[in-house]
Ligand binder design. Sequence first.
Ligand SMILES: [Zn+2]
Ligand SMILES: [Zn+2]
Ligand SMILES: [Zn+2]
Length: 261
Amino acid sequence: MAKFTFLGTGTSTGIPLLGCRCHTCTSPDPRDHRLRSSAFLEVEGHFYTIDCGPDFRQQLLRVGVSNLSGILFTHGHRDHTAGLDDIRAINFIHDKALPIYLTEELLEQLKFDFRYMFDENNKYPGVGEVEIHHFDDKPFFLPKDVTVQPIPVWHGHLPVHGFRIGNLAYITDASIIPEKTWPLLEGIEILIINALRDAPHHSHFTVAQAIEISEQLGNPTTYFTHIAHQFGRYAERNPQFPSNIQMAYDGLTIEFDPSWT
Ligand SMILES: [Zn+2]
Ligand SMILES: [Zn+2]
Ligand SMILES: [Zn+2]
């Protein structure tokens, strides 16, 4: 078995939203305090994160793990990439470049966003070092024969990826699952999916849409993530969902089976 930990379950603003005094943002319940969405995987003795947003450093400190075998990237929005500078600490520990897994398109964007890291002709001394591994829509492999199936989805008009590892699928930023992607999700037992809020949004599933997707996939154990403050408090909303569905919260750890059947 492998472990999946929710490092962050908030939307791009995090919760509490700076300056907001709403019912959710003023909740004393730690389950309503949400850092930006990211995940931590422990597979066959290797540690990975999915994305490295602005809270990356704080999130790794929280899980108490300082070594990392790599980062898998879903897409290039800053709430998923802004922590890239903090891989320097990981470089110091391992004394080598950190493997990152991403599409060619995303690498082009990171070269633009983090030019000082990627500009081979004018690299700034002391920046983070990465070892680049490209993926497209086909499965790729992590050490110890762990297979990762990229899950192509639409995030508004932006093509992005979720990931399937064994019986678990993680789709953090999406508003459309295209027809060709549904077969890749067949047979999953754990679905982690973005559910922003009840009101429609151009690039994220609503709560109702996320519930519908869970139903279409045969009601796997489902966790909502990338949650906005309009979603409401955990203690009030969570009991309203069917028994296989729950709101994730930061620090929640679940077990999954990384092997393919
Ligand atoms: Zn996001
Ligand atoms: Zn609020
Ligand atoms: Zn996004």
